[in-house]
Design a protein around this ligand. Structure first.
Ligand SMILES: *Cc1c(COP(=O)(O)O)cnc(C)c1O
Length: 397
């Protein structure tokens, strides 16, 4: 049996430290903000090379807070990937703005910046690149587009805290970066939590005020904010994990390397070619030519990939779902991220048709992608079991 994720395999060895952290908060009696949150913020700022870091209630709230701080609202359009977790698009909608869905790159799964450019209108105010599965989006292209069209950039780094793009930490590159401490993220807490980083003093201050209902000082409200605070208990627990974070990341990278080296030997398996980045037609022709059945994920040389997910593409009508069943029958955990793209979600059916155009690659990925167990504590035996299952699936024809 190989679970998709085993959170307690990571937590158990640190039980004594978690208990001590709990007792520290328990005895302090400080259950809202205070020194644990401040200390975590300093540590997150260091990890992400950011001037300011704020602990917030979740990765979702971090995105909403970022949109509020940047003054995005009704009448505005925000470019978001079609192929992402719902929160990215949901927050845009909650801000009152219209999400405009952007197609995906068939190599790295991240947003296709030329497609984003084609969807800019006079109402476009911001773009939210998501660093999906632990790998950075094409930030040079995003920044270039943002400068040219006067857009704000919010990096959704929920899956990529500690990852980097050309040596710069994901989240520290745009106007605001957001992170999640949801237990399945690389830095997972004991419930919901998140963080926001930014480099601009005035913008950081605005975020701090909006985090506490827009009050400054207490009971005087200049803007309408929310309760977006991170609990000190959550902060204290996360601080226990932070010194081990580099080690967790290294193990995920080793696991990805182990899978890729072995799976690439199997007939019918190819590794995605970075040369096809954003060129779906060239990639499709190449896949046809090679007769590939499974495509392995790749890390671009300029990215430090932290492998929140190890995501395969299973080619051929119905094959991905057959593969999922095959793994499930063998008690190997797997998950489809994401079966329905944002442009096809029922809740966005009322957005203008123009905001839902042209997401063909995203649609394709939603039918082909499946993620394997990649968490740091996987044993060699477990990884070999996963590899044996993929091998058996291919042999069965
Ligand atoms: C998990 C996730 C979020 C939301 O984070 P929560 O902490 O669960 O609210 C946002 N965006 C992406 C891409 C995510 O994966």
């Amino acid at each position: 049996m190989v679970p998709l994720l085993d959170v307690n395999a990571q937590n158990h060895p640190l039980e004594a430290e978690f208990t001590a952290a709990f007792l520290r908060v328990f005895r302090s009696g400080q259950f809202i903000m205070g020194p644990e949150v401040t200390a975590l913020e300093e540590e997150i700022a260091r990890l992400t090379a950011s001037r300011h870091a704020l602990g917030v209630s979740s990765g979702t709230d971090a995105i909403l807070l970022a949109l509020m701080a940047l003054g995005i609202g009704p009448g505005d359009e925000v470019l978001v990937p079609s192929y992402t977790f719902f929160a990215t698009a949901g927050c845009v909608s909650r801000s009152g703005a219209t999400p405009v869905f952007v197609d995906a790159c068939p190599v790295c799964f991240n947003l296709d910046v030329p497609d984003a450019r084609a969807k800019v209108t006079s109402r476009t105010k911001a773009i939210i690149p998501v660093h999906l599965f632990g790998q950075a989006a094409d930030m040079d292209a995003v920044l270039h587009l943002a400068r040219e069209c006067g857009l704000k950039v919010i990096e959704d780094g929920a899956q990529s805290i500690g990852a980097s793009y050309k040596g710069r930490p994901c989240g520290s590159i745009g106007d605001i970066g957001t992170y999640s401490f949801f237990p399945s993220k690389n830095l997972g807490g004991f419930g919901d939590g998140g963080a926001l980083v930014c480099q601009d003093d005035a913008l950081a201050e605005r975020c701090r005020v909006l985090r506490v209902h827009g009050s400054q000082p207490k009971y005087y409200h200049h803007f309408v904010g929310g309760n977006f605070r991170l609990d000190p208990l959550q902060a204290a627990m996360l601080r226990v994990k932070l010194p081990h974070y580099g080690d967790y990341t290294r193990k995920r990278q080793e696991n990805a390397g182990y899978y890729s080296a072995r799976l690439a030997q199997l007939p019918g398996v190819v590794t995605a070619d970075p040369a096809h980045c954003r060129c779906a037609a060239a990639q499709a022709a190449w896949l046809e030519e090679t007769g590939a059945r499974i495509v392995l994920p790749v890390a671009y040389a300029h990215n430090e990939h932290i492998w929140n997910q190890y995501t395969l593409r299973i080619l051929g009508e119905g094959r991905r779902d057959a593969f999922k069943q095959f793994l499930t029958d063998r008690k190997i955990g797997c998950e489809i991220y994401y079966p329905v793209t944002m442009d096809r979600q029922a809740c966005f059916a009322d957005t203008p048709e123009t905001s839902r155009r042209g997401c063909d690659v995203a649609h394709r990925l939603s039918g082909e992608a499946i993620s394997l167990p990649i968490y740091p504590e996987l044993t060699h035996g477990q990884k070999d079991e996963v590899i044996a299952a993929v091998t058996a699936f291919l042999e069965q024809g």
